[in-house]
Design a protein around this ligand. Structure first.
Ligand SMILES: *[C@@H]1O[C@H](CO)[C@@H](O)[C@H](O)[C@H]1NC(C)=O
Ligand SMILES: *[C@@H]1O[C@H](CO)[C@@H](O)[C@H](O)[C@H]1NC(C)=O
Length: 619
């Protein structure tokens, strides 16, 4: 504690030499950084973290990985603010520096302070918030020396694995699972450091209301230090390409023949690119056909919903609920475990469908992943620091041109990832290898956006957006990487984008504006279309909030769960310690049309149904 106080009252300017490589001490996530006076807190134990939270008036947790939204991840913009790093708990640092093979615990007790505790009996894992998803998944899949000989995995996980698990959970980060939903939906319990520094453990039993608030809380209720997640045995998963519209592509690599399209120059020799692999068989859909498939799913779902036919709603979305023959004759309309890459410039879609198998077939492919290279991380003595500069990824001017070239390059790379086959579940789902993360994060700067469109309008949405994307404005020209389309089912958390029904998520990246120095108007127009025409919600951890959610009105974008979350804030952080720089954390209530303090509508179960959750009136 004495050490902590000394550190807090001295602004330590750290020399670069004192910094361990690979650790980012600037509160920077991607291209966004906090105001220079904001401090960085690096507690090495949970107790120190608690003391630090109690001491500062403005606090926010920082993990590692992606976040494209400064207003949300910066604790504040003056010297009262501290961003507390969750990756420097000693136990986390030790593990990340030298990952442990679970085999080492054979015949021993796992030490109590070890940051990943597997409970095979209850099929759950308790993990420190600062551990990355990748480290957790690798540890689980190697956990095979006791009850479960094939190891364990999370039922669903995200494509980008190198963010801390705490941040991934509380932003409702998701993979492709219609059945298992987001990472938050795997939660059994969590531990949260509150504004006064006390620890609160929450489970659906201990306090269902606060649990529904905390699971997807975007850091607004406190700092999550530990999560307990469901796990399941590793199981074989079959990956199938959408095969209704198979197309043979034996000719030369596609981008060599696209240069004739108006305004599109063929890539020059200086666009040095890797040798072109030739794919004997490429299974692709046109964008039109894909949109039509999603429309059929939407219509089947809506018809069942209208008829109050819960089974029918399930049948519309889940392959598993169909007998195999029906599934194939229905033409793969179900969207459980579906991922689709939409390459905008070529109006083509690669759709992959996954199926969990009961038994591991003999032909499971053990596709190799690059060995993880431990990053040396060791911290200086004290806990609270001034920020230290870190160089940003350099602009890549070639990104500004040739949308078709880039699109085809990325699609070619992705083809390896979606090839059909049967894999261990850890390896079957799309995720980035560590080496790819390093490449994408240094190759060219980009911002990642993601929207969630209700299933009830997902197909119409694609049709409508598609019309403009391929209209006169050529919006497709704003894309470089393919848009990734996935489907995720409903979950109960108040702020989950799927809190009131399943959604189609569309992930998209702007690779142009940061390299060209000009706004990517075509890309932003696509975002705008999703927001205005499709009722799309924004992903809590990704870009677009300042431009596309100005004067955010949670009561309009979300059902009354928005105000239930407000009730949790009233209870746990009435002073707004975790309010961040964002101005959208605002709640209003009315009773019979008259304004009433939110608190008088709050019950132990959340926002009272006799009140109305009202929109803010300050903008
Ligand atoms: C800390 O805050 C919580 C939530 O407001 C409250 O329940 C608890 O009593 C407080 N603890 C102390 C020691 O003040
Ligand atoms: C700091 O944040 C406050 C709101 O929290 C805002 O009004 C102000 O403009 C910000 N100042 C700067 C320099 O960003």
């Amino acid at each position: 504690m004495g050490r902590l106080l000394a550190a807090a009252t001295t602004v330590l300017m750290l020399a670069g030499a004192a910094l361990a490589q690979g650790t980012n001490y600037k509160c920077r996530q991607g291209f966004f950084e906090c105001a220079d006076v904001v401090k960085v807190g690096r507690p090495s134990t949970v107790e120190e973290l608690q003391a630090m939270v109690a001491m500062f008036p403005q606090v926010k947790a920082s993990g590692v990985g992606h976040s494209w939204w400064r207003e949300q991840f910066c604790a504040g913009n003056d010297s009262r603010a501290v961003n507390i790093v969750t990756t420097e708990q000693q136990a986390v640092l030790d593990f990340m520096a030298a990952p442990v093979d679970p085999q080492q615990w054979v015949g021993k007790q796992v030490p109590a302070g070890f940051p990943i505790q597997v409970n095979e009996l209850d099929e759950e894992v308790t993990v420190a918030a600062g551990i990355t998803q990748r480290a957790l998944l690798d540890y689980l899949s190697d956990y095979k020396y006791w009850k479960q000989r094939s190891g364990w995995t999370l039922p669903a996980f995200s494509w980008f694995l190198d963010q801390t698990i705490g941040g991934a959970v509380v932003t409702a980060t998701h993979g492709s699972s219609m059945k298992y939903a987001s990472l938050a939906a795997q939660l059994r319990r969590l531990k949260l450091v509150l504004a006064n520094g006390t620890m609160l453990e929450l489970s659906p039993k201990s306090n269902p209301h606060l649990f529904m608030a905390a699971g997807v809380s975007v850091g607004r209720l406190g700092i999550v230090t530990e999560v307990t997640l469901k796990i399941k045995p590793q199981q074989a998963v079959q990956r199938r390409l959408q095969a209704r519209k198979m197309q043979l592509e034996l000719g030369p690599s596609p981008w060599l023949s696209v240069g004739s399209v108006a305004g599109d120059k063929p890539p020059s020799a200086s666009d040095a690119c890797p040798p072109l692999p030739r794919y004997p068989l490429v299974q692709e859909l046109s964008f039109q056909d894909f949109a039509a498939q999603v429309l059929e799913t939407q219509e089947a779902y809506n018809a069942a919903k209208q008829a109050n036919d819960v089974d029918g709603m399930r049948r519309a979305l889940f392959q598993a609920s169909l007998p195999a023959s029906a599934a194939s004759s229905a033409g793969w309309l179900a969207v459980d475990e579906t991922q689709a890459f939409w390459a905008l410039p070529t109006a083509s879609v690669q759709r992959t469908d996954y199926e969990h198998l009961d038994h591991e077939p003999l032909a499971v492919l053990l596709n190799a992943f690059p060995a993880s290279e431990p990053v040396a991380m060791s911290g200086p003595e004290d806990d609270v620091y001034a920020q230290v500069e870190k160089r940003a990824v350099a602009a890549n001017s070639r990104m500004a041109l040739n949308s078709r070239f880039w699109s085809n390059l990325y699609v070619t790379q992705l083809r390896n990832k979606v090839a059909a086959g049967t894999f261990e579940s850890r390896k079957a789902f799309l995720s980035m290898a560590e080496s790819e993360t390093q490449v994408t994060s240094t190759f060219a700067p980009y911002d990642q956006y993601e929207v969630a469109v209700p299933i009830s309008r997902a197909g119409s949405c694609l049709m409508e957006v598609g019309k403009e994307v391929y209209g006169d404005a050529k919006l497709w020209d704003g894309a470089r990487t393919p848009f990734l389309v996935r489907f995720v089912t409903e979950e109960d958390f108040y702020l989950s984008p799927t809190t009131d029904g399943p959604a189609m998520y569309v992930n998209m990246e702007d690779y142009v504006s940061r390299s060209s120095g000009r706004p990517n108007d075509q890309f932003q127009r696509i975002m705008q279309l999703f927001r205005q025409r499709c009722g799309a919600r924004l992903h809590w951890g990704k870009a677009g909030w300042p431009q596309h959610a100005k004067c955010f009105k949670g009561s309009i974008e979300y059902p009354s769960t928005w105000c239930s979350f407000g009730c949790a804030v009233q209870e746990l952080d009435p002073q707004g310690k975790f309010a961040s720089e964002w101005d959208g954390w605002k709640w209003s209530a009315t009773l019979n049309g008259n304004p009433i303090p939110l608190a008088s509508c709050c019950t132990s179960k959340g926002f009272s149904p006799s009140c109305q959750c009202a929109a803010r009136t300050d903008c």
